[in-house]
Design a protein. Structure first.
Length: 339
């Protein structure tokens, strides 16, 4: 009975973490939009990630001691680089762009991340499967259909900034599977968030952002609290864990599901228009997700082998096969919590 437990739980961990990223990150577009109503965009990100990193680091120190943050200089720099790409540049530019475009449109544009990932895979001579490419094209076709619905408030500058944010996020995701990272996935998240948050603080203050506490509304504070606890501590940690324990092509499918969640929430909370084209485009996006997942999905045994990676880091690409993500050692206690 005990021997069979890991086999049954390993795929549940992967799919559970994916479900969190799918739903939680779809809602963070709305959270960011509300937070920046009265908090400068980059400083709101700095507050979010530095606070989340402090809470996560404190939990890890109390629970496991300082050894949990034992890492080489190269591992720390790897996590720091990914933090800057994902959070300082990726998330920071997204928050800036949401000043000029709707939350739903922002989510749709971020769905271009899988396309960039496929381009990067070609650049390192790793040829994705034909069905993976078909899934990407189907998903982007859905994004195009949704974009043609004429989302209101979509300035050219805002759209350009979101696309740059998407490229930065894709680069960070791509590199995280090919450079040395800390062995513990949660410690990695803490490092990435504190470095990414510090980068946003420096960048925001350097560009003249100032936080006026008296001007911040209760609505924005609540949104920021949601982003810290749910978006960062739960969502980003699940994403970081997935990067070390699932194929990048599978992890990247969150960019297809998030727009559907974001569009729905935008319609419900911010009264953004939702039309027949939006519904049809969302169905096309989900069809792309299903195609990519069915192509890249591993069986339970293979998933278990990846989860029990033992902390080794694979660099480069072998032939035309799927590149293996950097596989963090999975702390048994982390497995018990299911992330």
């Amino acid at each position: 009975m005990t021997a069979n437990t890991p086999d049954s739980r390993a795929p549940l961990l992967v799919w559970g973490a994916l479900a969190i990223v799918y739903v939680v990150w779809g809602s963070t577009y709305l959270g960011i939009g509300i937070a920046i109503e009265s908090i400068p965009p980059m400083l709101s990100g700095a507050l979010r990630f530095i606070t989340a990193a402090a809470l996560l680091a404190g939990f890890l120190l109390v629970r496991s001691g300082p050894t949990v943050f034992r890492m080489s200089r190269r591992q720390f720099l790897g996590a720091a680089l990914v933090g800057v790409l994902l959070l300082t540049l990726g998330n920071g530019m997204l928050a800036v762009a949401e000043q000029y475009i709707s939350t739903g449109l922002a989510a749709l544009l971020v769905a271009s991340v899988p396309l960039w990932l496929v381009v990067f895979r070609f650049a390192v001579r790793d040829r994705p499967k034909a069905l993976t490419l078909a899934g990407v094209l189907v998903g982007l076709g859905g994004v195009g259909a949704l974009s043609l619905t004429g989302a209101e408030g979509g300035s050219g500058a805002g759209i350009g900034v979101v696309l740059l944010a998407s490229v930065s996020w894709a680069v960070g995701s791509f590199l995280s599977s090919r450079i040395q990272m800390p062995a513990n996935a949660l410690a990695t998240s803490a490092v990435e968030m504190v470095v990414g948050g510090a980068g946003l603080l420096v960048l925001g203050t350097g560009l003249g952002e100032r936080l006026d506490l008296s001007a911040v509304t209760t609505r924005s504070w609540l949104a920021l609290a949601y982003l810290i606890v749910v978006g960062s501590l739960i969502g980003f940690t699940a994403f970081s864990w997935l990067l070390g324990n699932a194929p990048i092509s599978l992890v990247s499918t969150y960019a297809y599901v998030n727009p559907a969640v974001a569009v729905a929430l935008g319609a419900l909370v911010l009264h953004e228009p939702i039309t027949t084209q939006v519904i049809l485009g969302g169905l096309v996006i989900l069809a792309g997700v299903a195609l990519v997942i069915s192509t890249e999905r591993k069986g339970p045994k293979r998933v278990l082998e990846d989860l029990d990676g033992g902390g080794d880091v694979r660099l480069g690409v072998s032939g035309g096969q799927e590149p293996q993500p950097s596989r963090h050692h999975v702390d048994p206690a982390v497995e018990q919590r299911g992330v």
